[in-house]
Design a protein around this ligand. Sequence first.
Ligand SMILES: [Zn+2]
Length: 185
Amino acid sequence: MANPARFAEQPKLAWGFYGHRLNLYRDTVPHEGFSIMRRWADRMLRGAFVFTSNVDGQFQKAGFSEDHVHECHGSIHSLQCMNACTNDTWSAEDVLPLVNEKTSELESPMPRCPHCGTLARPNILMFGDWGWVDAPYEKQREGLAGWMSSLTEPVTIELGAGKGLPTVRRFSERYAAQRLIRINL
Ligand SMILES: [Zn+2]
């Protein structure tokens, strides 16, 4: 499902899958681990900056500052045009997915691009995805780079980052390896 081709070929099923996820993430209460991370961050002179491949928005929900998060694979709480007719992205808050539990298809109205009226999709980097609008995350990346360049003794805490999609591990090893604490069962 995590492929823009599904939105072109089976839009109701693709939106059923992502609508189901959107509902789950909205209902999820960030677990205790987020509070622990925030306590650690609050003890640091310059606070913390989150680099995450998660698209669920849980860091923001747990109280991490919106402008100190880099979501390198995008966010399910934002939408974009399927055809990327503009570089615009917009909040998914008006999308209230109603998913048929038997067919897994979206039953509520399909989200549309406000500019051209074509199908909208989650602003998430998918597999085989050449149409992802990454402008918001480029801005986050610049914010992260600026913040990092202001630090003298950074510590990186890497949590639960696997090798299957090693984006986060690469980041911590290449750019922030002075003092890296890897937590991974
Ligand atoms: Zn459009």
